[in-house]
Write a new protein. Sequence first.
Length: 303
Amino acid sequence: MSQGTASKQLLRESTREAIRGYLFAAPWLIGFLIFTLYAIGSVVYFSFTKFPLFKPPEWIGLENYKELFLVDPLFKVALYNTFYYVVLSVPLGLLFAFLLALFLNQKIKGRTWFRITFYMPSIVPIVATSVIWMWIFNPNFGLLNWFLGLLRIPGPSWLGSIEWAKPALILMHFWGVGGSMVIFLAGLQDIPEQLYEAASIDGAGRVRKLIFITIPMMTPTILFNLVMGIIWGFQTFAQAFVMTRGGPGNATLFYALYLYMTAFEYLKMGYASSQAIVFFFIILIVTAIVMRSSGRWVYYGQG
C-alpha cells in the first residue's frame, strides 16, 4: 500500500470517528444551542425592548438600563440587600464549615454519624427548610425565642423586623453549610501526613500546625468554596420568596427576588431582561476580582 493511499485511508477513518463523536454529542449540542445559547441571546435582545409578555416586544434601545440605574429606587435597595447578605453570610458560612470540618476530621467516636448529621440539612429542599425556619423564627412560639427566653433575653420579631430580617436569613444560612463542610473534609484528608510529622519533630503545636500547614494547604479548597458561595449567595431567592416575599419594608428584597417579581408578577419581561444582564455582569466582576486576588493568597504546593 502506497503512502498516499495509507494517508487517505487514515484521513477517512479519522473523519468517520469525528462524525461518530459529533453524533454522540448531538443531543447535548442541540440542547445547548436551543436552551442555553438561544436563551442568552433572547435575553440580550429583550433587554433593549419593552416587552409586556402578552404583546410583541418593542425596541426602545437603552431605556431599560437608564430606568434601572437612574430612576428605579428598588434596584439600589435590592443590590444593597444582596451585597449585605453575601458579604456576611459567605465568609461566616465558610468559617463555620471549616471549623466543622476540622472537628469532624479528628479521630472521635461516632465521627461518621456526626458527618451525616451535619451534612443532611444541606440536601433538604430549600422550601421545606424555609418552612421549618419560619417556625423557628416565630416570635410567639418559635424555638429560637423560646431558647432566648430561658436565658432571660427578649427575642425580636425576626422576620417581621426590618433590623432583624436579613440577620435571620444569614443565621439560617448556617443550616446548609454541610456541602462546603464535605469539600473541606476532602481537602483536609488530602494534606500529606508527613508535613504534620515533620512539624511535630520541630516542636510545633496544634495552633502552629493549623496556621502554617493546614490553612495554606487548604487555600485552593477555600477559594473553590468562596467562589461557589459568592455565586450562590448572589442568587439567593427561595428563602426570601417563601418566608418574607421581600419584606418587611423591602428589607429582604434580594436582587434575584426583585428580578422574579419584575418578570412574573409585573410581567415586564424587557425590564427583567435588563436586570438579568446587569446581574450577570455584577456576579462576573465580583468573581473575577476574587480570582484575580487568589494569586496572592492561594498556595498550590508547587512553590
